[in-house]
Write a new protein. Sequence first.
Length: 171
Amino acid sequence: MLLRQEIPADREAIHAVHLAAFVKLSVPVVEAKLVDELRDDGDLIAGLSIVAERDGEVVGHVCCSPGWIGEDGKSAVGLGPLGVLPEYHASGIGSALVHAVVGAADALGYGAVVLLGDPRYYSRFGFVLAEQHGITPPVAEWAQHFQVRTLRAHDPGLQGTFRYSPAFDRL
């Protein structure tokens, strides 16, 4: 398996990965649309849009977009969506993508990665409920699934409500 930065030729394959990964969870598949809109808005962070490739085929994708904590905190990114083709679930691809994007975010100097997801899955990567760091979700009902992974550049004084890139508000 090869993990690499997304290139323009990957666009259709990435869309297909998210359609296949999430079709059982929601129709229409908002995750596929979200990635397209983040890209169209210029909010996919180039070094944090990573594909997993196996035998020349894109089989997984993860991305991050700019996020804000509090009124003017700009050192965080929102992770998601993360998608893997169903036939590759439980093969380690999702874990590899999360490790890669968290490591890249740290290397790029971001202070935190924030996501909405299952704590049983994401805790293995060092994510904790965001409220432990004084970070609240944009929708209060998300609190039990709203998580953060602090990185080396994290400022513990940066607290408040997390805001995702505008494409998330259009879902």
